[in-house]
Design a protein around this ligand. Structure first.
Ligand SMILES: *Cc1c(COP(=O)(O)O)cnc(C)c1O
Length: 382
């Protein structure tokens, strides 16, 4: 039997072979194994050089200054540093604006702050899964300190108007944090264009390794952020801990590849995603969730009306997909993201996410379409 077609790129991407090759060169006794913080010998200097080259590669993708890139273990940690760091710096006073359909890595730190006394406004997305500038403006209070919104939703691919919201925040002297885990390496994430003060990314969402990411911290606001991990003062005091040279080489090369390929690659992936939808759109009771005009080219979230999503996932053995976020698919609860968009429990239960990426081929899409048509036909007849 053929291995199933991988259509779960939004959960994690395979590591690009060029990334793996560069990383492997740090994992041998002859390779760049040293501690990048070792200042007293050539082995340490060589490691530091690689880490700084990676920082420059990530900064290029963001159109940022390399000094604004803080290494972390991934987007979960970046979000925690951004959101908790801003409010800890002002003794947990003030007001945060975020949204109910954010990733748990934003929702949970925001709830933690709420328990500490921070006022939080939880915006609700529209039926497309997006929030608007008008909603943010209406929620604004005199003590609003931070707006934290995702660029692209991990389940639906819905794209928030973050540059518009960011520009307003900048003018109003409110900090803007963007969880860009799903958009980095795919959409334009130049921090100037987004007017972001803080931006989270994760290497394993753009063909790098798991366990490494970065938080962009705009230089002018760096003093307004409190570190969450202490010890040794690495990363300008914002995130202590020995830097993982091989991981950082990985995120650097991954960023460089995306920077070079992003525009062409997204056009190709968007075409494949549209083919996939066109190939199943005529099935009875099949609907596309979200508004196609504001969905990332990588995502397709589909409601198979009347069918149970879990049963569907188990029956679709020739494709590897999930119901949405890896975190919620362990539970049988319907997606909180789809419910926040106004979908019924039943329709949310009947929905699955398909996500495409660099290694998706035309043949993969053809096979997925044929398989979905067969299985959905069988389940609907049952
Ligand atoms: C994957 C993801 C995260 C978490 O990133 P990790 O690096 O896996 O911790 C956060 N936010 C969004 C939108 C994501 O897709």
């Amino acid at each position: 039997m053929n291995a199933p077609v991988y259509l779960d790129y939004a959960a994690t991407t395979p590591v690009d072979p060029l990334v793996a090759e560069a990383m492997a060169a740090c994992l041998t006794t002859e390779g760049t194994f040293a501690n990048p913080a070792s200042r007293s010998h050539i082995y340490g200097w060589q490691a530091e050089e690689k880490v700084e080259a990676a920082r420059a590669q990530v900064a290029t993708l963001l159109a940022a200054d390399p000094r604004e890139v803080v290494w972390t273990s991934g987007a979960t940690e970046s979000n925690n540093l951004a959101i908790k760091g801003v409010f800890e710096a002002q003794d947990f006073s003030g007001h945060l604006i975020t949204c109910v359909s954010e990733h748990k890595a934003v929702i949970d730190p925001a709830k933690w702050l709420e328990a500490k006394g921070v006022a939080v406004t939880w915006l609700k997305p529209d039926s497309a899964g997006c929030v608007s500038l008008a909603q943010v403006q209406a929620a604004r209070r005199p003590d609003t300190r931070l707006v934290s919104l995702m660029h692209v939703n991990n389940e639906t691919g819905a794209i928030n108007p973050v540059s518009e919201i960011g520009a307003w925040c900048r003018a109003e002297n409110i900090l803007m944090h963007v969880d860009a885990a799903q958009s980095t390496g795919k959409l334009d994430v130049s921090v100037g264009g987004l007017s972001a003060d803080l931006l989270s990314m994760s290497a394993h969402k753009f063909y790098g390794p798991k366990g490494v990411g970065a938080l962009y911290v705009r230089r002018a606001i760096a003093h307004q952020l409190k570190a969450q991990i202490h010890g040794g003062g690495h990363e300008r005091g914002l995130r202590s801990g020995t830097l993982a040279t091989h991981q950082l080489v990985g995120i650097g090369v991954a960023a460089q590849l995306c920077h070079a390929q992003r525009v062409d690659e997204m056009a190709r992936i968007g075409n494949l995603r549209n083919q996939l939808w066109d190939g199943i759109a005529d099935l009875p009771d099949v609907r596309r969730n979200g508004a196609p005009a504001s969905v990332s080219p990588t995502h397709l979230n589909v409601c198979f009306g009347g069918l149970d999503g879990e049963a569907l996932l188990l029956s679709l053995r020739d494709i590897a997909i999930s119901s949405g976020s890896a975190c919620t698919s362990a539970s049988m609860e319907p997606s909180y993201v789809l419910k926040a968009m106004g979908m019924s429990d039943a329709d949310a239960h009947s929905s699955v996410r398909m996500s495409l990426g660099r290694f998706t081929t035309q043949a993969d899409v053809a096979r997925a379409i044929a398989h979905i048509r067969t299985i959905v036909g069988q389940l609907q007849a049952a």
